[in-house]
Design a protein around this ligand. Structure first.
Ligand code: HEC
Length: 415
């Protein structure tokens, strides 16, 4: 046994009284004792991601026990078989995974442990095929922490013919896991089952994070973020956003992985590993200046938070009829000035189309965030009303990016 294995097992021994099984499934790494946030950076949790962490080492536990209170572990261990003197892993799913997979109409099982991301839910061990990534500009989810992984079918490449709309190979799974106050709440999956078919699901975790089962949406009044109840989306809510992209995927894209801030399996890594067909010439993108010196952050955020899902020119996108398109084009992100980009052409000094907000008002009034309807809508949260943007999935404003947008508009020369 090498030193790394000994160290890793010693830590597990203390916690679990035995590392027999762990040796076979856990790649021993010096970082195995670090906390979850360091081992797999959580970019949107508000903290700085740890660039030195071996982000894509998916075989590691996603947390090494440090945020797991000892008493929760003891309680949980009582639930499981302990045949060989140690924890033998999660209790057997009932019905077993093969039955769950066979019975599921859409191919997604009831229990997360059967779905492909985790090899051991109890110990938080991930499939070695799961690759960590983080998009440059995540969707604001009221401050909850998120981690993402992709599982690509072996030997297959992503069709990158259309740089703005990659087509994933059949068999791809993408995962996004949400945490509130450091605890897992739900884990979402998108799975491509045929050329023209994606299935999706979300799995809600139990309180001690030892099990997660399929959910069809709920309001979790036991999970609060700044006084608001955590909402697990329904399937139709998933579709409202993901239906706006040709191949369903919103944040695993040339732009999300090519701009500064992307992590893990970035555009550069994808090209290095020959996973894109054809490989793009540029592997690092940049949003050029529009003369304000403030445009890049604002436009990057608007692209991912408003553009990719709803405000784009795909006829299935929820906000297609508004004619307000906020997506960026990968081919334009070579540092050229951004003045001609849609995010400006479509907004600055452009009248609102919708009577709801008054057609005499403008989307963006240069120099005046207060008079700019776009800014006012992203600055508003009023429950279920449609008078906020986005209209769903957010009850709290994104304070940092709101500031970026305000400063951007304020810096535009007034006419
Ligand atoms: C308010 C819009 C919205 C809703 C509702 C929503 N998503 Fe997403 N989702 C996004 C955006 C935008 C991204 C990309 C940015 C990110 O990951 O932060 C994303 C990312 C993902 C990813 C990672 C792959 C990707 O597309 O980038 C998965 C998996 C996912 N969502 C699944 C789901 C499932 C399943 C549901 C419903 C239970 C759901 N989402 C509901 C907007 C939404």
């Amino acid at each position: 046994m090498n030193t790394k294995v000994v160290l890793s097992c010693a830590a597990l021994l203390l916690l679990l009284a035995g590392c027999q099984r762990a040796r076979t499934i856990q790649k021993a790494e010096p970082d195995a004792g670090r906390d979850a946030d360091a081992a797999v950076p959580m970019q949107d949790a508000g903290g700085e991601p740890d660039a030195t962490a071996p982000a894509e080492d998916a075989a590691m536990p996603t947390d090494a026990g440090s945020d797991e209170p000892a008493d929760a572990m003891a309680d949980a261990s009582d639930m499981f078989d302990d045949e060989d003197g140690g924890i033998t892993g999660p209790r057997d799913p009932d019905p077993p995974c093969d039955v769950q997979l066979e019975e599921a109409l859409d191919g997604l099982p009831d229990d997360l442990i059967c779905a492909g991301l985790y090899t051991d839910v109890w110990r938080k061990l991930l499939s070695p095929d799961a690759r960590f990534y983080a998009p440059a500009y995540p969707l604001w989810s009221d401050g909850s922490g998120k981690q993402r992984w992709v599982i690509l079918p072996k030997g297959e490449k992503i069709d990158a013919t259309d740089q703005a709309a990659w087509v994933m190979p059949v068999g791809t799974q993408l995962w996004k896991e949400f945490r509130v106050n450091g605890r897992r709440v739900e884990t979402r999956v998108l799975q491509k089952t045929r050329e023209d078919r994606w299935v999706r699901a979300t799995y809600e975790w139990n309180r001690d994070e030892t099990w997660a089962v399929r959910s069809f949406g709920s309001d979790r009044d036991d999970v609060m973020i700044s006084g608001t109840v955590y909402h697990v989306p329904t399937g139709s809510e998933c579709d409202q956003c993901h239906g706006g992209a040709k191949d369903r995927v919103l944040g695993f894209s040339m732009i999300a992985l090519g701009l500064p801030g992307a992590e893990g399996l970035t555009l550069e890594k994808l090209v290095e590993e020959d996973l894109l067909d054809p490989a793009p010439v540029r592997t690092s993108l940049v949003i050029g200046d529009d003369g304000t010196d403030k445009g890049a952050e604002a436009m990057g955020w608007l692209h991912h938070n408003c553009g990719v899902s709803c405000h784009n020119s795909d006829q299935n996108a929820e906000a297609y009829s508004t004619d307000l398109f906020l997506t960026l084009r990968p081919t334009e992100l070579d540092g050229r000035p951004s003045n001609q980009f849609d995010a400006l052409q479509n907004t600055v000094n452009v009248d609102m189309l919708s009577e709801r907000w008054g057609t005499d008002r403008k989307r963006i009034v240069p120099g005046s965030p207060e008079q700019s309807v776009l800014y006012q809508l992203i600055a508003t949260r009023i429950g279920d009303s449609k008078e906020q943007m986005p209209p769903i999935a957010s009850q709290l404003v994104d304070p940092i990016n709101l500031t970026h947008v305000r400063e951007w508009i304020a810096a535009m020369p007034a006419e």
